[in-house]
Design a protein around this ligand. Structure first.
Ligand code: NDP
Length: 333
């Protein structure tokens, strides 16, 4: 099996030289194990954090070792009774062609409900992140005004649509460039800001003259500053990601407006989805699966092809190369 490994710890924005393709030996199957051929794998901004050697909610990637991440594969040999050959399973060993895993380490997925790649996005980790961030951390209530950044991306596009489906009063998105703005509008957002056109705070004021109740922050920096200037009484700011500053040096956040939280009695809370998966996975799926199968929520992927293109696909996330969830298709058969 081929696998992408971490060759060096990136300094700032990663480059292709920080990664190396290696060949791995596959184990013989033991009882209770399956051999999986990966069909599609995820590349996610959060993986950048794991490339640094620092303490975090999830341990760093090890130098010289394969990267890991969400993937869906097909069982091609099995010594596990409930996972016959041909079963599609979700697991955490992307960034490689094939892997031998214990049956307990994989989760079968229903490819009749939605194609494999949906389980890496709308029905998977990014969909759950949107759900938990909005309903649990954001404590969303009907009629509220929600602002979300990186709104053309996997998490952001789900946040805005979930808010609408749950009865939001007004949903505002932010995305980079005209084409993405049009895409986000087509998802039913009430207003969309093009942050690359400048003055995020001014555009947000125009789009939400009465202010916002929830800001779902995927990018940090200028967007967070703008949101702080528009919060209403009892607003919640959900800190989900900070992609605009994640490749920078410590101290580059530059947020000056936090005093706005005081008078408004507002809260700002970060979260990582893994901590909420056990308690909220079921209610998430109970809502999302019907929305997906009934076509009430739209989702799309940007696809790159082949393991050798996984690193470039990952790097594209930091320049907005994706609309919807970025995935890498590994097996075209
Ligand atoms: P996306 O699909 O949203 O892809 C990233 C997008 O970020 C790009 O398409 C780009 O869109 C935007 N972007 C990149 N650089 C900048 C910048 N400098 N300023 C503004 N926008 C930028 O990725 P995900 O949906 O997977 O993740 C979204 C965010 O959520 C990330 O910050 C990620 O780290 C975080 N996250 C957090 C989790 C948690 O548990 N807390 C779990 C999963 C994700 P554009 O072209 O519009 O700039």
């Amino acid at each position: 099996s081929r696998a992408v490994t971490l060759a060096s710890r990136p300094d700032g924005l990663p480059t292709p030289a920080d990664f190396e393709m290696k060949t791995l030996d596959l184990w013989e199957l033991n009882a209770g194990q399956v051999l999986i051929e990966n069909v599609v794998m995820s590349v996610d901004p959060y993986m950048r954090g794991r490339m640094d050697d620092r303490e975090s909610y999830i341990p760093p990637f090890e130098l010289g070792e394969p990267l890991t991440g969400g993937a869906v594969g097909r069982v091609i040999a099995s010594r596990a009774d409930d996972l016959p050959v041909g079963t599609h399973v979700q697991h955490f060993y992307g960034w490689r062609d094939r892997i031998v895993l214990d049956a307990e380490m994989v989760q079968p997925v229903d490819t009749d409900l939605a194609p494999a790649e949906a389980y890496l996005g709308i029905l998977g980790m990014t969909g759950l992140t949107a759900w938990v961030g909005l309903t649990v951390i954001g404590r969303f209530e009907k009629g509220e005004t929600v602002f979300v950044s990186a709104a053309a991306g996997a998490v952001g596009s789900a946040v805005g649509q979930i808010a609408k489906l749950l009865g939001a009063g007004r949903v505002i998105g932010s995305a980079g460039g005209r084409e993405k703005v049009e895409y986000v509008k087509s998802l039913g957002f009430d207003a969309v800001i093009d942050y690359k056109a400048g003055d995020v705070a001014g555009q947000l004021k125009d789009a939400a003259p009465d202010g916002i109740d929830i800001y779902f922050d995927n990018v940090g920096g200028e967007h967070l500053e703008a949101a702080l200037a528009s919060i209403r009484k009892n607003a919640r700011i959900v800190l989900c990601g900070a992609i605009s500053i994640m490749n920078g040096r410590a101290g580059s956040t530059g947020i000056r407006n936090t005093a706005a939280l005081i008078g408004k009695g507002a809260t700002m809370q970060g979260f990582t989805v893994g901590q909420y998966q056990q308690d909220h996975q079921e209610e998430f799926y109970a809502h999302m699966a019907p929305w997906v199968s009934e076509g009430r929520i739209q989702w799309k992927t940007t696809q790159r092809h082949g393991l050798e293109n996984a690193v470039p696909a990952f790097l594209e996330l930091f320049e907005g190369g994706n609309t919807g969830k970025m995935v890498v298709v590994l097996d075209e058969s």
